[in-house]
Design a protein around this ligand. Sequence first.
Ligand code: ZN
Length: 285
Amino acid sequence: MEAIEAAMRAPEYSDLQRHDAPRAEEAQLLLCHPQDYVDRIRKAIPAAGIYQLDADTHVSNGSFDAALRAAGGACHAVDLVMDGQAANAFVAMRPPGHHAERATPMGFCLFGTIAIAARHAMERHSLSRVAVVDFDVHHGNGTQDLLWDEERAFFVSSHQMPLWPGTGRREERGAHGQVMNVPLAPGTDGAKFRRIYEDTVLPQLDRFAPELVLISAGFDAHRDDPLAELALVEEDFAWVTGELCDIAARHSAGRVVSCLEGGYDLDALSASVAAHIRVLMEKGA
Ligand SMILES: [Zn+2]
């Protein structure tokens, strides 16, 4: 958050609307998670120190509130964009969300933020075609789990394979064929990444004609990221952002809500987020 905030202090970002993320209402969490799971996470929060939900997913006293604000911020961003108060939006949030499954926290994630935002868009704004595009280097297994049987969503995840969490094979297509997994070989660079998006992902998204485009924007496919072996750079994230904005311009009056997922080299993260937001601003102007 500090690395991103620092990048956002540059003069070119001074005109951005900024909103504090409200806490999600419990009903919003329940769009994707059962009540006993929400209660279990709440009860696991320690009064002090750190509690480990699993090998990767640790919580402190502030974690439940932070996760509520991540989900609430994503829903609020959907409201702002759907109500025309913003052309598009980026939700800078920690913890991320795309690994949390229906009743299992995973990979730093407690609640499925982007899937909650998708369901919120369907329920509150009566949308029936919401695209969720996940270019984080890891498979969005949680989003896939939460939207597996959701006919109103088209979920695309591109990710390095093999890599944790191990899911995201091409054959995983969702209950209605509305899930698209795009495994990428280690070492995939920007040129190859762009070609794969141009040949497969973008035409499918165009065919789906989304009323809203949601992005699980992880920046850990950057070549400097320590957690994976893809070789994207800032310009590649800017390119894919522009392409997704163009799809939104054709089908959904430009409506895009992007939520931060991974990104573990702080210099690469802040530069990539800055490039991502620069394109959102240009396309939303
Ligand atoms: Zn990731």
